[in-house]
Design a protein around this ligand. Sequence first.
Ligand code: NAD
Length: 418
Amino acid sequence: MDDDKQPGQRPSNFLDEAFCHLQVEPQMRRLLKTPYRTIQVELPLQRDDGALAIYEGIRVQHDRSRGPFKGGLRYHPDIDVAHSTELAELMTWKAALMDLPLGGAKGGINCDPRELSATELERLTKLFVESMNDIFGAEHDIPAPDVGTGPREMAWIYDAYARTHGMELGVVTGKPLALCGSRGRLSATGRGVSMVTGWAAHEAGIDVDGARIALQGFGNVGSFTAQFLAEAGARIVAVGDAGGAIRNDDGLDIAMLLSAMHAGDAPRSVVDVGVAGERIDNEELLAADVDILIPAALGHVIHEGNAGAVRARMIVEAANGPLTFDADRQLRERGVVVVPDILANAGGVTVSYLEWVQNREGYMWEEERVNAKLTDVLRNAWNDINDRTSRDGCWYRLAAYCIAIERVSETVTLRGFK
Ligand code: NAD
């Protein structure tokens, strides 16, 4: 166990590193690390053609000392308990860093949503909610969108829950506006990524206006990030997704890319929509000669094997966990500034929280009010991190983890153990 590590032994993950820095007691380490519970359910789905397909549904609830469990649902073939646990834990630190009264959870279904029809996905989503029994609830556990899910899936979750529990709007966030979602939620994560990129770039002496940026992932987070940064004058020179990547050193036409990607119902790849650029692969994208690299797709894409090829001066983690611990260390030693996921992509959970607040108030805010509050929350977290890096002489991620761990351990201790 990591909490049994001998003094002097090197930490092997971000959490251990922060535990060592803060000299957290072994029992508190164990308590903060261990998830509250893991729920796994079998999901037999009858396909439209009558065939039976069996999927697994997972929900890992990590910590609820500060408030109800909160975290996304991912529809992806690779989702499993280990990965959900890692992501659930990140949610705990992210919510605490933003100082939101929420805990951390994550989960999903190990399906490839591109292979299922809309009716199959609806049945599977509703079966997932039913099979999870009573774990969800506005005061208990509140799911939200993640990779492979969006407002449509959140509407199905709301409906499945409402059938047995009544109309409890706050049970899920990231809902469509017509079902009392929040204005600004769809773009919130990308908006937050672009704000934090601007602040961190300024600190690193990079002007976003004219900065060269490569971005991996062009889904919800990546596309809005590209839009906001392009509006701020950045030159997005490479973008990639599951279908490949494209590069144009003069800057890709982001407005055209966005409208082409949003046209029609079928999911498309950035390489298929006719935007001027040279086709490259995702490894070339990660190694692009840019000022800022923004991984906004999946986790662990920058690892020990390819970190040496990264040429960016700054990396902004729009995805959850895109850098492994070893890659992070390697890049830091080379002087690359890394803006950690629990800050960079926290715009999503922040506006999810605001959606939950609005649902409880029974009143929908104007988008300006949502965006202003989002800016306040992110700005406060950014200031807290900067104060901490100056005080402790440490880097952004370590500062962010230390702040979050201190907040969660305080609430755990205040609540007591009886
Ligand atoms: P999404 O499903 O909308 O988009 C995912 C994107 O990643 C797509 O463009 C897809 O083609 C691309 N992708 C998938 N596999 C890939 C591969 N092997 N190589 C390159 N690209 C690949 O998902 P999203 O909601 O944009 O989430 C992206 C990341 O941001 C995830 O790590 C997620 O956990 C994180 N995140 C999302 C939110 C949110 O509000 N949606 C909030 C915080 C963090």
